[in-house]
Design a protein around this ligand. Structure first.
Ligand code: GLN
Length: 253
């Protein structure tokens, strides 16, 4: 039984579409396995100490909120890079995902610096990409799983050649509405446009993140296997969301 330590970046600024619900899912799924999730808010001017957290979480936000936190995030860049080199996991959603890249040019042309934890750039386009999304991921070789969620972004994200997307788009827009891929993954760092929040309808992904965080906590390369849970409700939530994405997909607005 371990304590999993989560650093929640800017909970007061980056939290739309109930992104905070992702933390609730992690807390409960850890507790069901006898682990405690200790969540520390990391706001403006709060220092990041490498090694202190097993998982960092950053939610989504509108351009205005992203502008407010971007400079501060750059001040946290070096310790965050060191934490990730030391094996910490990261989940970043939408606005947070964009700021994990090299930078984001917002809808009104504001240039926001990113921290380069993921090999990508984002520039806002004229029309927002909105709607239900379904993607197919293979985070562990040979294990194909789907992730369902909701996207609403003006940003078009371009991954560097050779970068690993989080998944392949089955329905919806994804990173840029044309390349057929969604999100980005670099080791234990995951960025995605999917809100809703993301984890209640994708319980397997919550477990994958918990396992990465536990591996950091235990100092192992291999992530520990988590005891399976019944997940009937979680599976239905996924199915409803996946079916909505398949029938409606995304639309420009
Ligand atoms: N402001 C960003 C965009 O519009 C991110 C939006 C979000 O987090 N939903 O692209």
């Amino acid at each position: 039984m371990s304590t999993i330590r989560v650093g929640h970046l800017y909970p007061d600024y980056l939290n739309i579409y109930a992104d905070r619900g992702n933390i609730a899912v992690l807390t409960r799924r850890a507790a069901w396995r006898g682990h405690e999730l200790e969540v520390a808010p990391l706001g403006m001017r709060d220092p990041v100490t490498p090694g202190e957290h097993d998982l960092y979480y950053v939610g989504g936000g509108q351009d205005r909120e992203q502008l407010l936190v971007a400079e501060d995030l750059v001040r946290k860049s070096e310790p965050l890079h060191e934490a990730v080199r030391g094996g910490a996991a990261v989940l970043a959603v939408c606005g947070g995902y964009q700021l994990l890249g090299r930078g984001y040019r917002g809808f009104h042309g504001e240039d926001m610096p990113g921290i380069g934890l993921l090999p990508l750039d984002t520039v806002a386009g004229e029309r927002r990409m909105i709607g239900d999304v379904l993607i197919e991921c293979e985070l562990d070789p040979g294990e194909k799983r789907t992730v369902a969620g909701f996207e609403n972004h003006a940003g078009r994200t371009r991954l560097d050649p050779g970068a690993e997307p989080l998944g392949r788009v089955l329905a919806g827009f994804g990173n840029d509405g044309e390349g057929g891929f969604e999100g980005c993954r670099a080791g234990r760092v995951i960025g995605t446009y999917l809100h809703g929040p993301l984890l209640p309808r994708n319980a397997w992904l919550a477990d994958w993140l918990l396992a990465q965080a536990l591996a950091h906590r235990l100092g192992t390369d291999e992530s520990p296997a988590l005891e399976p849970l019944p997940d009937e409700l979680e599976r239905s939530a996924h199915e409803v969301s996946a079916a909505r994405a398949r029938s409606r997909g995304g639309r420009f607005d």
